[in-house]
Structures are given as structure tokens and as C-alpha cells.
Design a protein around this ligand. Structure first.
Ligand code: SF4
Length: 407
């Protein structure tokens, strides 16, 4: 794959940035002068999106009695070979379970899978109402037909909750693109559901519905965001939310000025307890912003150090980790060496069972016995059966802003 992000997007604003562009239109031009950033998180996001696409296509193909493997899928797209670790497979399993919940929410508890069909995955489209070639583009992760409606879906694999589906600018920009595709391809629909599934964030998927009027409004609002961003003199407005994923942070004057403000909060009342709630909220937001700004500066500095551009600094070597990917082979090899010490029981004590893989295995077995078995019922059945052999854990909660936070 040799296409760059700019090639694919033809230099136009993309729906994935609309949340930021609505808050800071000037960031579109600012980002153009900044290099693309690569990070482990971004690489993981790409891998997880590919795996989710594979899972959806695989399920779709299974309906037609066809099968293909993860490696077949990677080869067909000319993607590099890649493996997911246990946690990543679990995460994708959770994303699919959340999708099942979305289906149930839309169709009711006794929905039938036959009312759901995949229309397309990872498709980018361009929208314009008067400029040839488009004014902005957007790529959905999946588009489904749901009975007489459509469902446009976006997976998010970060740990920070994004805007709800209702308030989400990216989905708002994708909805007119989905409508455009349906109109061009003669797909009849009443309205469009839009959903965000964030498997690393607690809680259900966020879903909203656009009727004809809302779709048309979404198109006008999205074109307005794109047009404002394309203005070379568009203003820049700094905020934690706007700057969070902006590549221009390390060089943006507005962002640096905001970080500077952090020092103004601590007045002569040098006790946290003496700050008002509003001052604490301000400090909290500035701290988040400062962390992002620091990470952006770290990233650019590290690039320069790696390129040998900063005298007195060099990159230290990274750490290597090792993962067992074939437990039964590993057990046979170790048991042959130490038959009395590495017993099946001792080895099992070192293993973790992938619940997602087990879910799939058990569901396939239950479905073979009863074609009406749903994935959700199979999951519930399995957890009940294995209750005494496993444990459920809930992670520590995180700060969440409600009703716009304190003033
Ligand atoms: S860093 Fe913030 S203020 Fe600067 S261009 Fe990006 S979003 Fe706008």
C-alpha cells in the first residue's frame, strides 16, 4: 500500500477530523505543514480496524458457506502479515458483542440475523453539493442494512471516551455519505442509525438515528465545517478537546500559550482545597492539555534524536518481550524436557484462556445443535457454566464529564 493519507483524502478535510475542525478550523491548514505521526497506538488502531473488518467479512462470507483466514484477508488487501495478541483478540470480541447489543437495541430482543446485512466496510466517499470532486471525504468502518434502515458504524479503540453518537461530528459527516451511497445504488431506506463502539470504554455502544430532515441538516452542517476549514485564514481556537489529536500541537502558538496559563492558576492560595470547583476544573483541563502538548513535543524531539539531529542525545535500545502463541506445542516441548515438573496441571496454571475464542468455539457447537442459538445466549450460557472456574473483574473508573462539566 503506497497511498499516503493526503493522496487518499485528495487534500480535503476528512470526517475523522471534523470534531477538531468544528472547534479549531485553522488546524486543517496548520496540520498540513506537520509530518504524519506514527505511534504504537496508531499502529494498533490500524491493526484492530483490519481485524474487525476481517471478522465482519468472515461472518458475512460464512452466511454464503465460504471461509477464509486472517492471513487470506491480509494477503487479499496486500497488507503486511500481522498477529494480534490475546488482549487484542479479546478486545475485538468485546467490540462484536457490543455490536450485537446495538442490533438488539435497534431490532428488539428477538431480532433475526437475517434482517441485518453488511453493505460495505472501510469505504471512503466524497461529498459535495457544488464542487466537482468533493468538498470533504469520510470512511466508515462498516455500513449495514438493518431492516428498512441503514446503520453506519465507527469503531474506536482508544481509552478516552469520544463524543456520544448524537453529538459526534465524525458520524454526522458520515451519515450524508452513507445516504449518498444508498441513493446512488438504489438502496431503499427510511433513515440511518449511527453508532460508535468503544470496547476499551465501559458501557454500551452509543447509537443515534437520523431521519430525512436530520440527514439533510447533517449534510449542511458538515459542508459548513469543511468550508470553514478550507479557508487559509481560518482562525485557531485552542482547547483540550480540539488539540488532543492535532499534529500541530508542538509548533502551535495557541497551544503553547494555553499550556503557559497553567502556571497562572496557582495563586497565593497554595492549597488545592482552597481552589474553587471551577478552578479545579480549569486546572484539570489545562493539565490534560499540557500532557498532550508534552507528548507532541516528545514525539518530535525523539524523531530528531533518532535522525541524529540533536547533539548530546541518542536513542537507547528497546526492550524485547516474548509471547507463547502455541500453548500445546510449548507444553509438549517442556514436558518432554521436565516430565515430572512441567505437568499438564502445572502448565495450565501458567495459561490464560481466551474467552473470545472460547465463545466462538462454544457458539459454533451450540449452533450446530440448535440453529436458533444466538451469540448472546451462547455467551451467557458459557459464563454461567464456567462461573466457578473463572472470575469477572471491573476496571477502575475514570473521570467523566457530565452535562458539560462545572462552569
Ligand atoms: S494545536 Fe490546537 S489550537 Fe493549534 S491548530 Fe491544533 S487544534 Fe488548533
Amino acid at each position: 500500500m503506497t497511498d499516503t493519507v493526503e493522496d487518499v483524502r485528495k487534500g480535503l478535510p476528512s470526517a475523522s477530523a471534523f470534531g477538531r475542525l468544528a472547534l479549531c478550523p485553522g488546524s486543517f491548514t496548520m496540520e498540513k505543514s506537520c509530518p504524519d505521526e506514527s505511534s504504537e497506538a496508531a499502529a494498533e488502531g490500524t491493526l484492530l480496524h483490519r481485524y474487525m473488518e476481517y471478522l465482519l467479512l468472515k461472518d458475512d462470507a460464512a452466511e454464503e458457506g465460504m471461509e477464509f483466514s486472517w492471513h487470506d484477508f491480509l494477503n487479499s488487501r496486500e497488507y503486511e502479515s500481522a498477529e494480534l495478541n490475546h488482549e487484542q483478540v479479546e478486545l475485538c470480541g468485546r467490540a462484536l458483542r457490543l455490536l450485537d447489543d446495538v442490533k438488539e437495541k435497534i431490532m428488539g430482543r428477538n431480532y433475526s440475523d437475517s434482517l441485518f446485512s453488511l453493505v460495505s466496510t472501510e469505504e471512503r466517499r466524497f461529498l459535495s453539493d457544488w464542487i466537482e470532486g468533493g468538498e470533504y471525504s469520510g470512511q466508515w468502518d462498516a455500513l449495514f442494512r438493518v431492516g428498512v434502515d441503514l446503520l453506519v458504524l465507527d469503531w474506536k479503540f482508544g481509552r478516552v471516551a469520544v463524543d456520544s453518537a448524537e453529538a459526534n461530528r465524525q458520524l454526522e459527516a458520515l451519515v450524508p455519505l452513507a445516504a449518498q451511497k444508498a441513493n446512488e445504488e438504489g438502496i431503499i431506506y427510511n433513515g440511518i442509525y449511527a453508532a460508535i463502539i468503544q470496547p476499551r470504554v465501559a458501557g454500551p455502544a452509543s447509537v443515534t438515528f437520523y431521519d430525512d430532515e436530520a440527514i439533510s441538516q447533517a449534510e449542511q452542517d458538515s459542508l459548513a465545517v469543511a468550508r470553514a476549514a478550507m479557508d487559509p485564514d481560518a482562525p485557531r481556537y485552542c482547547s483540550e478537546e480540539a488539540c488532543r489529536y492535532c499534529r500541530a500541537k508542538a509548533v502551535c502558538h495557541e497551544a503553547a500559550s494555553m499550556v503557559e496559563q497553567a502556571s497562572l492558576i496557582a495563586t497565593d492560595r497554595d492549597k488545592w482545597e482552597l481552589f474553587s470547583p471551577a478552578e479545579k476544573v480549569q486546572a484539570y483541563r489545562l493539565a490534560k492539555m499540557a500532557k498532550k502538548w508534552a507528548a507532541a513535543v516528545d514525539y518530535r524531539f525523539e524523531q530528531d534524536v533518532a535522525a541524529g539531529l540533536i547533539p548530546g542525545f541518542e536513542m537507547a535500545p528497546g526492550r524485547t518481550s516474548f509471547t507463547v502463541t502455541d500453548p500445546s506445542g510449548a507444553f509438549s516441548a517442556l514436558n518432554a524436557e521436565f516430565p515430572d515438573e512441567v505437568t499438564a496441571e502445572a502448565f495450565a496454571g501458567c495459561c490464560k484462556v481466551g474467552i473470545t475464542e472460547l465463545d466462538r468455539l462454544v457458539h459454533a457447537a451450540r449452533k450446530a445443535a440448535d440453529p436458533k442459538a444466538t451469540t448472546k445466549a451462547s455467551r451467557e450460557w458459557l459464563r454461567q457454566l464456567l462461573a466457578e472456574y473463572g472470575e469477572s473483574k471491573t476496571t477502575k473508573g475514570s473521570v467523566k464529564e457530565v452535562e458539560g462539566g462545572a462552569a
